[in-house]
Design a protein around this ligand. Structure first.
Ligand SMILES: [Zn+2]
Length: 372
């Protein structure tokens, strides 16, 4: 098991790798480093989603900034949980739908990602979708986009929670398993047609999967804000499970990043990650169908910069001066400060600062003595 401190350290370590890979003018360079304009202090907060700084710039990238992505995922995980709860209260159950398309090593992510998005939109636009919507009394859906990479190149795919009236008439009265199969057949039919318009194909085995059962949903939610790499980068040497992965198995993008950091296939992994950064630009990771948030009465807040601010209910632990922040940044101890904040440990934060100041003063003395 990884400790909270290792977990925080890992996010910042992986973020430093993204900075290495990104262009020099990329926003990732300011994330968790520069103060917001006109700010002279940094507030350290703690709350439901752990420790967080307020007054520091963030990049807000939910795809590839390990610091922002994990924080956003934790907040979205709680949105998903309340969405499922209020849907259940309103008499709807979630089906778990996975959408994939066939691809090869030579396909660019830009191309496959655009195709899968276009195909998805197309399935939602026609009369056949209206039929499914009415037949199963669909309330709406929440779709997450994921990208992994393996022997067949980039593998963009969607996971979707489709909310269907639990005690509807017609097919659903035959039971959930039966309904899952029926929905799968309908969506597969729509999906192959939509992919054909994009000159893409898919196999029956992999194209569309519709599952019912809380364990699928629970698994999905559980991995939502899991650490970037499956084992945790710091615990890597101990667990070593990234290398134990089966040959055909795909890597998450953070695993690709981690492999780059270890010096494995450096140029290739760097190129893969850069392509991922470019192709995901302007696309959203999690998408609620229009009006669903309102119907479920969950927060409609979507703006990433607002989600990345301190959250309602967070408590202010302490306020750091610009000088204290400068030294935190200089020694790259943001992760250590945040893990103290996770634990509500204000004294721990000041203990770290004391150590840093001592080091700084020693350095000043050394320089002074040299002059002497
Ligand atoms: Zn960021």
């Amino acid at each position: 098991m990884m400790t909270a401190r290792q977990d925080k350290a890992e996010r910042f370590y992986l973020q430093s790798l993204v900075r290495e890979i990104a262009d020099s003018d990329h926003r990732i360079h300011i994330c968790m480093r520069h103060l917001l304009p006109q700010r002279e202090t940094v507030e350290v907060h703690c709350g439901e989603f752990g420790g967080w700084f307020r007054g520091v710039q963030v990049c807000g990238n939910a795809w590839y900034c390990p610091v922002c992505a994990v924080r956003l995922a934790a907040i979205r995980r709680s949105q998903l949980e309340s969405a499922i709860d209020s849907a259940k209260e309103a008499g709807y159950v979630p089906f778990f739908v996975t959408y994939t398309l066939s691809h090869g090593p030579a396909d660019s992510l830009q191309d496959t990602l655009n195709s899968i998005l276009a195909a998805y939109r197309f399935t939602r636009s026609g009369r056949k979708w209206q039929y499914i919507k009415t037949e199963y009394d669909v309330l709406g859906s929440i779709r997450a986009t994921e990208v992994t990479h393996g022997e067949n190149g980039f593998h963009p795919h969607f996971h979707e929670l489709l909310f269907v009236k639990a005690k509807g008439t017609g097919v659903i009265s035959q039971g959930y398993e039966y309904t899952a199969n029926a929905i799968e057949r309908h969506i597969y039919d729509l999906w192959t047609g939509a992919l054909a318009k994009q000159n893409k194909t898919v196999t029956r085995d992999h194209g569309i999967k519709v599952k019912f059962g809380t364990r699928y949903i629970a698994d999905y939610i559980a991995k939502f804000d899991r650490l970037p790499t499956k084992t945790g980068a710091i615990a890597y040497e101990v667990a070593n499970s990234t290398t134990k992965k089966g040959r055909g198995e795909n890597k998450t993008m953070f695993e690709v990043l981690h492999a780059y950091g270890l010096g494995e296939d450096t140029d290739r992994n760097k190129a893969i990650f850069r392509e991922y950064m470019t192709a995901t630009h302007g696309k959203s990771v999690l998408q609620f169908t229009r009006g669903l948030k309102e119907k479920l009465g969950i927060g409609v807040q979507d703006d990433e910069s607002e989600l990345l601010d301190a959250q309602p209910g967070d408590t202010l632990l302490c306020e750091l001066t610009a000088g204290e922040w400068r030294i935190i940044k200089k020694y790259n101890v943001q992760a250590a400060i945040l893990s103290c904040a996770d634990a509500g440990d204000r004294a721990g934060i000041y203990a770290i600062l004391d150590i840093l100041w001592e080091r700084e003063l020693k350095a000043i003395d050394k320089r002074w003595n040299k002059v002497g």
